[in-house]
Design a protein around this ligand. Sequence first.
Ligand code: NI
Length: 257
Amino acid sequence: MFFDTHAHYDDERFDNDRDAVLKSLPEAGIGAVVNPGCTADSSRAAIALAERYDIVYAAVGLHPENCAGADEADFAALEALAAHPKAVAIGEIGLDYYWEENPPRAFQKEVMARQMALAEQLDLPVVIHDRDAHGDCMDMVRAFPGVRGEFHCYSGSVEDARILLDRGWYLGFGGALTFKNARKAPEVAAYAPLDRLLLETDSPYLAPVPFRGKRNDSRYLPYVAERIAAIKGICAEEAERITWENALRFFALEGTR
Ligand code: NI
């Protein structure tokens, strides 16, 4: 079975067929999905999906692109949602310096730091979004040595990966790994130990080849697993089994599935 560690089924692009897609996942070999939140509302929606579907778990968090105006009420809402039995991480949180219209960097950092502190307090792993903000994200990792987590859709260097791996962090890889122009990600996937890799789709975004540009969903995850298997020189079944176990360990779900 496959574990999709990152899929946004609360996204409006699933409004017309969300139930049909989610119901079809088990027969496609998808045994578990973590749906990260991007705002307090989206985190609430993630929890609602987790309550409705056995295979869905939630992460709760404020995404850097969506954190404008984040206030105490949002942080209190996250803390309350994180107490839910199917809330398995704080995410997705992080820094995004790619889009100019994103909230100011200083504010993004403040919001991320608050959520790193919340993860530490609740002893939950974090799911990090890092786009064009590698240096500041690494500083944040160093500033919270008690926090463990994952960089989703890892796009950093092998050097930064080594620092993260040494600190017990995990690296998430998805459709971007299958793109023809992918350079750094395959290099890092080859370098990282197999037991620290997490598979993800980031649905509805980043569909793998040969579906690039289409709406993504967890049923395309096997294409990512195949790519990982090819990079590691193992069979696809082994990549599937090991990344499944990795995700259970990472989200502390061992013994529950
Ligand atoms: Ni995401």
